[in-house]
Design a protein around this ligand. Structure first.
Ligand SMILES: Nc1nc2c(ncn2[C@@H]2O[C@H](COP(=O)(O)OP(=O)(O)OP(=O)(O)O)[C@@H](O)[C@H]2O)c(=O)[nH]1
Ligand SMILES: [Mg+2]
Length: 317
């Protein structure tokens, strides 16, 4: 079956939300592929050069683009591919292979989700969106304001918590974030919560002491509840493009990260950064932020992602 048919037939109730959220990336990627096919129906050296351009313009990045093209040229020979349209199909097959999902499986005990990332990446908003998602699944959820540096940060999470009707655990202003986490873990264990979502302060990946603080948070969680936090999510703002890759490198070096939450997809054409993160950092994506509203956080679905960013190509098939 044609890869485009395969990703089109992959049913998901989130299709409309994805198509709308990834519209800007599609304008670069999908429409870029469409123009490329028109211009270069024959498979020659120029085709690869221009395909490279489309990938780079969509923020797939230089290294990942190079890897994709190298693999594509091999496949073209191996599969005796003759036309540009077949080559584009094969490239989408390759992307599907490289992309990684992260299905969050909740355990039958307290589940701890830790949200980390640089300032303004979308940690607080995504924490609230996640809380709403698990609440809707019937889980007993609590938010934890471990961003104790700014009173406004605590207030922001509390406001969200009230809106979605989920309890929010807070500590004293300027108290040690790890001590707030300790108290929250104790309460969550005693009161049989299913999910604890810990919102942490934004931290520059270059600040050693702030990165050590994350380690301390991990340590106290394990000490109090007897096992490590199950899910540690690095929240990355997709509109920072290639900068998101260096953030990921630094966080991976000094902290445990299971997967990414890639936010603000709706406002950027740089959605190809997900491909770069999968290929360079081998990081799966758990959720994507597709807007500012509470239900604008969706589980990452790689077929649907590829389908969304190739609308401009497929619509004119
Ligand atoms: N359009 C859009 N905006 C988003 C998304 N996620 C977050 N935002 C916006 O990004 C801004 C920053 O979000 P926050 O959740 O406060 O970011 P943060 O990481 O908690 O920031 P700090 O706590 O200051 O480090 C807010 O205005 C959010 O509404 C998204 O997926 N799409
Ligand atoms: Mg915040």
């Amino acid at each position: 079956m044609n890869i485009f048919q395969k990703i089109k037939d992959h049913f998901s109730p989130k299709q409309d939300v994805y198509f709308e959220g990834f519209k800007k990336t599609d304008e670069r990627f999908g429409q870029g592929l469409f123009k490329l096919l028109r211009k270069k129906p024959n498979l020659d050296a120029d085709f690869y050069q221009e395909l490279n351009q489309v990938l780079i313009e969509s923020d797939v990045g230089v290294d990942a683009s190079k890897q994709i093209l190298k693999r594509l040229e091999k496949d073209v020979n191996r599969l005796n591919i003759k036309t540009s349209s077949e080559a584009i199909e094969q490239m989408v097959e390759i992307l599907l292979e490289y992309l990684m999902e992260y299905p969050v499986i909740l355990e039958d005990r307290l589940n701890i989700i830790l949200m980390v990332g640089v300032n303004g990446s979308g940690k607080t908003t995504s924490s609230a969106k996640l809380a709403a998602l698990y609440k809707a699944q019937g889980k007993k959820v609590m938010l934890v304001a471990a961003d104790t540096f700014r009173a406004a940060a605590v207030k922001q999470l509390q406001t969200w918590a009230e809106r979605i009707d989920v309890p929010c655990f807070t500590g004293k202003e300027n108290s040690d974030p790890a001590s707030v986490v300790v108290d929250a873990c104790k309460k969550a264990s005693q009161e049989a919560y299913d999910v604890l979502i810990i919102d942490t302060a934004g931290r520059l990946q270059t600040k050693v002491n702030l990165m050590q603080e994350l380690e301390k948070i991990h340590r106290v969680i394990e000490k109090i509840i007897g096992y490590p936090a199950q899910h540690s999510f690095l929240v990355l703002d997709a509109s920072t493009g290639q900068n998101a890759l260096s953030q990921a490198d630094a966080f991976l070096l000094s902290s445990k990260i299971n997967a990414i939450i890639c936010t603000k997809m709706d406002g950027t054409a740089k959605g190809g950064v997900i491909i770069a993160l999968a290929m360079n950092q081998k990081l799966p994506v758990a959720f994507v932020g597709l807007g500012e509203k509470v239900d604008d956080l969706s589980v990452f679905d790689k077929e649907l992602y590829l389908s969304s960013i190739t609308q401009g190509y497929r619509n004119d098939e």
